[in-house]
Design a protein around this ligand. Structure first.
Ligand SMILES: Cc1cc2nc3c(=O)[nH]c(=O)nc-3n(C[C@H](O)[C@H](O)[C@H](O)COP(=O)(O)OP(=O)(O)OC[C@H]3O[C@@H](n4cnc5c(N)ncnc54)[C@H](O)[C@@H]3O)c2cc1C
Length: 268
């Protein structure tokens, strides 16, 4: 069947050979934009209220990921993740433990006493990673164990871009972010050996690819976004972009499953 002119777009291919540049033009079929039907949220007055449970933390400075000594004690810092703690937690835990192993060398054994200060997602995933690596003598201490930022986070996984010109740390975060994404994919697919709940795939919609903040993950761990038209069924349609492999962490559920594995509850 002949393609209508309307459904064609002009594309150009440039080949550069010995004799210079040659231009070829051809017509390719224009892709139809997928239409998705979405039920809009009910925003009637009866469904609206105000109850502030917590605020999303913000921090001027970058996260702190390092190891230092006080006498014979090694102190590994893994804090200050602010609005990105869920997105970074598994990768940051792995990174800091590797720093500690490098720094302590043979002084760190499976029987070494390791105390984790903090029972948020950073503390608990660090404990999990230590257990996975065979460390046996782990204690978690904390001022609070419930009602933390880690229980209240919206939990969308996205890369962290630093505002200041901290290129060394940015390079580290560019590895930690995708590592964390891969960890959560395992949980979402039911392939994690221990954590079985709290993570799912969700389509995430944005006005543009640029504003999504997800582009640094594309081609590394995520698929490119697609153009879609959202049809809200109330005569409103909107063209947007969607990342179908977005990850949503139900933080409360994830924290609950982290708390109960290995009988960690007894530490608290
Ligand atoms: C509404 C909201 C939405 C969010 N959305 C996202 C999101 O979409 N994506 C994302 O990646 N992140 C998000 N976050 C951020 C994320 O929740 C945090 O970055 C993360 O939970 C930090 O984890 P944490 O373990 O460092 O801290 P916390 O969960 O705050 O835990 C800190 C722990 O340290 C203990 N502690 C602190 N000081 C002391 C002390 N002096 N002595 C003993 N114990 C101490 C506390 O008692 C607690 O146990 C959101 C947060 C909120 C609130």
């Amino acid at each position: 069947m002949a393609r209508s002119k309307k459904n064609k777009v002009l594309a150009a291919v440039i080949t550069i050979g010995m004799g210079g540049a040659a231009f070829f033009y051809f017509n390719s079929p224009k892709k139809e934009i997928e239409v998705r039907h979405i039920t809009p949220p009910r925003l009637e007055v009866a469904n609206l209220g105000e109850k502030i449970i917590c605020y999303r933390p913000m921090r001027r400075g970058p996260p702190v990921l390092d190891v230092n000594h006080v006498g014979k004690k090694y102190i590994a810092n893994n804090y200050g993740h602010a609005e990105s703690g869920v997105s970074l937690a598994p990768g940051a835990a792995e990174y800091v433990i590797e720093l500690l192993q490098d720094e302590a060398g043979s002084e760190l054994t499976e029987q070494s006493e390791i105390t984790i200060v903090g029972a948020g997602i950073i503390g608990l995933l660090t404990a999990l990673e230590l257990v996975n690596k065979g460390y046996k003598n782990i204690k978690i201490i904390a001022e609070k164990f419930d009602g933390l930022s880690s229980h209240n986070a919206g939990g969308l996984i996205s890369p962290l871009r630093l505002h200041d010109n901290c290129t060394k740390l940015q390079k580290i975060l560019n590895k930690i972010g995708p590592e964390a994404y891969r960890f959560f994919v395992k949980v979402a697919k039911g392939q994690h050996p221990i954590i079985k709940a709290g993570v799912s795939f969700v389509p995430i919609y944005f006005e543009t690819r640029q504003e999504s903040g997800l582009e640094p993950f594309v081609g590394v761990v995520m698929e490119p976004a697609k153009d879609v038209i959202l049809d809200f069924g109330n005569a409103t349609k909107r063209q947007m972009v969607v990342y179908d492999d977005g990850i949503f962490v139900d933080s409360a559920l994830l924290m609950q499953s982290l708390k109960t594995i290995f009988g960690w509850e007894s530490y608290f």
